[in-house]
Design a protein. Structure first.
Length: 320
């Protein structure tokens, strides 16, 4: 387990700031050129750009303490550049230092309330804590500043779905697809949400298309297989319920006929069979009842984010 990041070090960072950061952009990692880190980063000298490149590379390699040290140095070199503190917040989150990660995001937002990337990072922390209402508020705040980021739409949709607001979730996914029509995470999560609300044909069609995408991963194919089993079970249950209704109606009619002294021997007709429902599953109506929470909790949603109470909780919120 990674050792705790020193509270004194965090105190040094925060107290060194005369005026809190001014946001310079919304990318989770600023584009600073290719990472070509070699040698011992502890002896790196240079400007913020070079230090941040070392920080990012070490972060990607899982060397979190060294990465945090590089971000701290970059921040000390240029406290007006929010990218160093933004990267440090992400590293602290990966280290499990959630409170300090929140402080880092909040420090950015204190000086720049519209910093979309800081809202996104803070929202992810709330998602992992199952604080979906707080997470949704952060994602929506980020969208007000950056309405072109598909991750924010996806995250807002996932949070809405976990709050039971499925219509709002689908609206968020669709709005994101207007910005990024080919986004796999948005399409995957919209398909799952449609199935969860009983729109089986639409949902399956979308998930099948996503699963064929070259960049679709195992999660997308797993979601499709699970959705197919959920839809089959739901439609089979609908047929069984219809059969029960027919049987109850017939039993009632026979009882009434006996009371009138009239036999009722006509064969029953027009009752669909369970086998027919399974074979012709794709021909069934699309407005049937929603799937159970037990099924929806098994779905993996694309956000790199967060631990999913798992729907359509969509899993950790996937990032493009």
């Amino acid at each position: 387990m990674t050792a705790s990041y020193s509270a004194n070090r965090w105190q040094r960072i925060t107290t060194a700031v005369g005026v809190l950061l001014v946001a310079a952009g919304c990318a989770s990692r600023p584009s600073l050129g290719p990472n070509t880190v070699t040698g011992n980063p502890a002896h790196v000298d240079g400007g913020t750009g070079q230090l941040l490149r070392y920080c990012e590379t070490l972060h990607d390699k899982g060397k979190l303490q060294m990465a945090a040290a590089m971000c701290e140095r970059a921040y000390q070199v240029d406290p007006s550049n929010s990218a160093a503190l933004l990267e440090l917040a992400s590293i602290l989150g990966d280290m499990g230092e959630i409170d300090m990660a929140k402080k880092a995001y909040q420090a950015i937002l204190q000086n720049d309330p519209g910093h979309a990337e800081a809202h996104y990072g803070l929202g992810r922390i709330h998602m992992n804590a199952k604080e979906y209402d707080l997470a949704l508020a952060e994602f929506q705040a980020g969208l007000r500043t950056n309405p072109k980021d598909p991750r924010l739409y996806n995250a807002a949709g996932v949070a809405s779905g976990l709050l039971g607001a499925h219509t709002a979730a689908q609206e968020a996914f669709r709005a994101g697809l207007e910005v990024a029509p080919n986004d796999v995470n948005l399409r995957n999560n919209l398909g799952l949400s449609l199935i969860q609300t009983g729109h089986y044909d639409q949902g399956l069609q979308m998930l099948q298309a996503v699963a064929k995408e070259p960049k679709a991963g195992e999660t997308s194919r797993d979601n499709l297989n699970l959705a197919l089993s959920v839809v089959t079970a739901a439609r089979a249950e609908a047929v069984l319920a219809e059969n029960r209704t027919h049987m109850e109606a017939r039993s009632q009619a026979e009882s009434e006929a006996r009371q009138r002294g009239t036999a009722m021997d006509a064969p029953r007709s027009g009752v669909p069979s369970l086998e027919a429902a399974m074979v012709g599953a794709t021909d069934a109506p699309t407005d049937m009842s929603a799937t159970s929470p037990e099924h929806s909790r098994q779905w993996k949603t694309g956000v790199a984010m967060a631990e999913e109470p798992a729907p359509a909780e969509p899993q950790e919120i996937a990032e493009p």
